[in-house]
Design a protein around this ligand. Structure first.
Ligand code: PLP
Length: 429
């Protein structure tokens, strides 16, 4: 989406946005998305829908800095789990939902690994403006996310297949029935997700960090982040670009394979499509399917692939893959710092650790890791990691190639006896 900026009113400096803080009793000024309306002006502000999204925190984390090999004070966690539905998806949903209402939609649908559906269901139920129709694959969705869709009253359609199958079906269904599609193929979603970067800049007093590190699934975030910085640069509102690192799980590493192993580049808008097709054909022929504990990024064919490689070009980006073991260890370190996240989010921290060890990220650089979703989204993964029950561990994590839980905080089993309990507390504390 391209704006004709010279016909619009854009603030001369980013710090002008701070004035909106003084008007926080106006819901559009309170919203962490719509207080940047001038930078995503596709619907008039009075018609923009908000449920209070984007009240998120940029937190300098000492523990995670040490874990990743960064200098203390240089690593920040952008905690998007604080959104109303518990993930960054609300940023994009407020934008897509606003557009849906603007064009008169009465129903909206998505395919989802969980968080998009939780977000859509929440916007529909809070605003009562639309009915939500949600497509999920079988057995892939975590309970935290499924419970939200069901509780918020969305029509939830579970089909036999994985995310990519659900995605293909929802496209057909929405076309036939004229239902508004809010998946991240929807360009308005990405407009809303740009504001995550505006808030990062705001928290850094409008200074551009050296690196943004983000997990890569359907690549909506990475695409949106690149566009955000590109536009700010074009508008003269920032004077340099950050670098972008997109982190795949090894079990779902299409972007990594195509960019780092097969050298696919944006190439001025003409990436080597034939090579990409050959990759997907081989994937189908061999029956390879994405598989990772980080269910939110368990995706074979990322829908925003082209926009993402454009973002990588703009931001001199890199792509890495990290194992489920690395993801869960990083997640435990994030949790131990008190701002827990779901497995997919921790890919950004595991990726930072890897890039520091490679010397690509320097310890003194300023790094922002995006924590995309809340810790309570996937309690099964968390409890399995910390559990003393070997069967539970093997069933959930062992099947994913996770062998040990280096940072497990195990429950201490004690007989129901006061002396024994006191002895145990003395021993362990
Ligand atoms: C959707 C999601 C992702 C993947 O983001 P993309 O924009 O699709 O790359 C990562 N983490 C969480 C928690 C998500 O919900």
């Amino acid at each position: 989406m391209v704006y004709e900026w010279d016909r619009l009113r854009v603030p001369k400096t980013l710090s002008e946005f701070q004035q909106k803080w003084a008007r926080r009793n106006d819901p559009h000024c309170f919203s962490g998305v719509w207080r940047f309306h001038e930078l995503l002006p596709f619907v008039p502000i009075e018609q923009c829908v908000t449920v209070g999204e984007g009240q998120t925190l940029l937190h300098p984390s000492q523990g995670v800095a040490e874990y990743t090999g960064m200098t203390p004070g240089r690593l920040y966690l952008q905690y998007e789990g604080m959104n109303p539905s518990g993930s960054f998806k609300d940023n994009g949903m407020s934008a897509a939902f606003s557009h849906a209402r603007f064009v008169g939609a009465t129903r909206a649908a998505c395919a989802s690994t969980g968080n998009t559906s939780a977000s859509l269901a929440l916007y529909c139920s809070v605003t009562r403006l639309m009915k939500a129709v949600i497509f999920i694959g079988s057995g892939k969705i975590s309970y935290g996310k499924l419970s939200q869709a069901l509780d918020y009253g969305a029509l939830t359609v579970q089909i036999n297949g994985d995310f990519d199958d659900a995605m293909a079906r929802v496209k057909e269904v929405t076309q036939q029935l004229g239902i508004y599609l809010v998946n991240s193929v929807n360009p308005f979603r990405l407009e809303g997700q740009k504001t995550i970067m505006f808030r990062v800049l705001e928290a850094l007093d409008w200074e551009v960090p050296d690196w943004i590190v983000v997990p890569g699934g359907n690549l909506g975030n990475s695409s949106a982040f690149g566009k955000a910085f590109h536009e700010l640069r074009e508008l003269g509102l920032i004077d340099r670009m950050p670098r972008l690192a997109v982190i795949n799980a090894t079990g779902a590493s299409t972007l990594y394979e195509l960019v780092e192993k097969r050298d696919i580049r944006w190439n001025q808008g003409s990436p080597d499509a034939a090579k990409v097709c050959r990759y997907y054909d081989a994937m189908d022929a061999e029956g390879r399917r994405a598989s990772t504990i980080a269910s939110a990024i368990e995706i074979n064919r990322p829908v925003n692939f082209n926009k993402c490689i454009r973002a990588l070009e703009w931001c001199d980006g890199v792509v890495r893959e990290v194992t489920d073991q690395q993801i869960l260890d990083a997640k435990a370190k994030v949790g131990a710092g008190g701002l827990g996240c779901e497995p997919a989010s921790a890919a950004s921290v595991a990726g930072t650790k890897l890039l520091v060890s490679e010397g690509v990220i320097e310890p003194d650089q300023r790094v922002v890791c995006i924590l995309t979703g809340h810790q309570l989204k996937d309690p099964t993964a968390t409890v399995s990691y910390h559990t003393t029950d070997q069967d539970q561990f093997n069933k959930v994590l062992g099947s994913r190639g996770v062998r040990r839980a280096a940072f497990a905080n195990r429950a201490v089993g004690v007989p129901n006896n006061l002396d024994e309990i006191i002895k145990a507390i003395r021993l362990y504390s």
